[in-house]
Design a protein around this ligand. Structure first.
Ligand code: ARG
Length: 463
């Protein structure tokens, strides 16, 4: 008889009454931690192989464990596995079934191990897989943005500060700003991965174990970069999960900023872009409506992921060493942060590919806000004026243009010359949107030549 099968009647001989149904439900985690089943089995296999190599268990026991775990995996994959709430979590469920299948060998698997180092290992293995998927998705999103940027390396739009028209930029340049953000997100994820990919197994409950374990062997088998060097720390800290959620929150914040812009650009007042219909929804009452729901939801879900970050920080802050059951609460926020980021990256990669641009609307908007005023000041500086004087002179010219309700480039030369005699015919090159863009041919600037060079650099990096 498998002792774990009797768990509902109590943990061991020490317990004189069973758990109430409510306490069982309250303390169980199998409902959500069963998704770590593959990591759990991988960890158990590596542990069992090491136990056999160290002669802690026999070769026959190992063979039985391998066979049994293969069957457990098959049952879970095919949906036949019967998850039991009374067995609390994924670890006890898998172990109980294994023992049912192979008998005593299954009971030997837990030698030199505790659920404390087991669960810490499982989360790390699971999270490592998520990080790798997210890295691929961040690259795909960047590629999708690069494709759109490439089409619009020359498309002029107003650049904003304070949401007021500031200077002309290209739409391609604007998109490249997001490529930079998502690249940093990828770098952050890669950095978090280094600290996630360490092995807790061998820490046992908290103090290490008296069995002659070869922890390095297990780490290597699991593709980990090394072992956790302190058993108390190994089983108790979840800083790696917090770091991941922080990196995920930042990535979501970047998505959220982009979302806000998409919402603005798609509004009738801007009219800069169209989002493909399959990413928008209608209204049940207003037949004319097409709403950017995906972008809005992503903006909303950003709050949810940042909330998980706060939740995990608070989960950790009052815990004494070493393991406490509080840590069971790390999983749902962590899972949800990863799920939300993954789905959001996927959907944005597709959505950005389905954006069409109204270049005329963008150009008209850039012409509206005296976006080339700085260019007139720079023009005067080239003619010898100190920049502050040039700034004052241009302010007067803008005031005149405003009162006539025209752009600076529409003021006749004679009028412009009233503000400064050094102004010549060539001023109109400086005042054009194209002239303004081309002038910003500094590294990282918006000149189409720079934008093209950056696109090429990013593509090379991502290839
Ligand atoms: N389900 C538990 C968790 O998620 C596994 C570890 C339980 N350890 C213990 N000593 N009760 O943290």
């Amino acid at each position: 008889m498998n002792p774990l099968d009797k768990k509902s009647e109590g943990w061991s001989a020490l317990f004189s009454e069973p758990m109430s149904e409510l306490v069982q439900r309250y303390t169980a985690s199998v409902g959500f931690d069963k998704r770590m089943w593959r990591a759990d089995i991988d960890g158990s296999l590596a542990h069992a192989r090491m136990l056999a190599a160290q002669k802690v268990i026999s070769g026959e026991d190992l063979a039985a464990i391998e066979k049994g775990l293969a069957q457990v995996a098959q049952e879970i994959e095919s949906g036949q596995f019967q998850w039991k709430l009374e067995l609390e979590d994924v670890h006890l469920n898998v172990e109980a079934r294994l023992t049912q299948l192979v008998g005593d060998a299954g009971k030997r698997l837990h030698t030199g191990r505790s659920r404390n180092d087991q669960v810490a290992t499982d989360i790390r293995l699971w999270l490592r897989g998520e990080i790798d998927t997210i890295a691929t998705l961040l690259a795909a999103l960047q590629k999708s943005l690069l494709e759109l940027a490439d089409k619009h390396a020359d498309t002029v739009m107003p650049g904003f500060t304070h949401l007021q028209v500031a200077q002309p930029v290209t739409f391609g340049h604007h998109l490249l700003a997001y490529v930079e953000m998502f690249q940093r997100d990828a770098e952050r994820m890669a950095d978090v991965r280094k600290r996630v990919n360490r092995l807790p197994l061998g820490a046992a409950a908290l103090a290490g174990t008296s069995y002659p374990l070869d922890r390095e062997m297990v780490a290597k088998a699991l593709g980990m970069d090394g072992i956790c060097r302190n058993s108390l720390d190994a089983v108790s800290d979840r800083d790696f999960a917090i770091e991941f959620t922080a990196a995920a929150s930042l990535a979501m914040v970047h998505i959220s900023r982009l979302s806000e812009e998409l919402v603005l650009w798609m509004s009738q007042n801007f009219g800069f872009i169209r989002i493909a219909d399959r990413f928008t929804t209608g209204s049940s009452i207003m037949p004319q409506k097409k709403n950017p729901d995906v972008a809005e939801l992503a903006r909303g879900k950003t709050g949810r992921v940042a909330g998980h970050l706060m939740g995990l920080l608070m989960l950790m802050k009052g815990q004494p060493l070493a393991y406490n059951k509080d840590n069971q609460e790390d999983k749902e926020p962590l899972f949800d942060a990863a799920d939300t980021l993954r789905d959001t990256l996927r959907i944005f990669t597709e959505m950005m590919g389905g954006i069409t641009v109204n270049a005329q609307a963008m150009e008209q908007a850039a012409l509206k806000g005296y976006a080339t005023a700085t260019d007139l000041a720079d023009y005067l500086v080239k003619k010898g004026l100190p920049f502050r004087d040039a700034h004052d002179t241009v302010a007067q010219a803008v005031k005149a243009a405003v009162s006539h309700n025209v752009d600076l480039s529409e003021l006749p030369l004679t009028v412009l010359q009233q503000f400064h005699p050094a102004i010549g015919k060539d001023v109109y090159d400086a005042l054009s949107l194209r002239g303004s863009l081309d002038a910003r041919n500094v590294a990282g600037g918006t000149a189409p030549a720079q934008v093209r060079a950056e696109i090429a650099r990013h593509r090379q990096r991502l290839s």
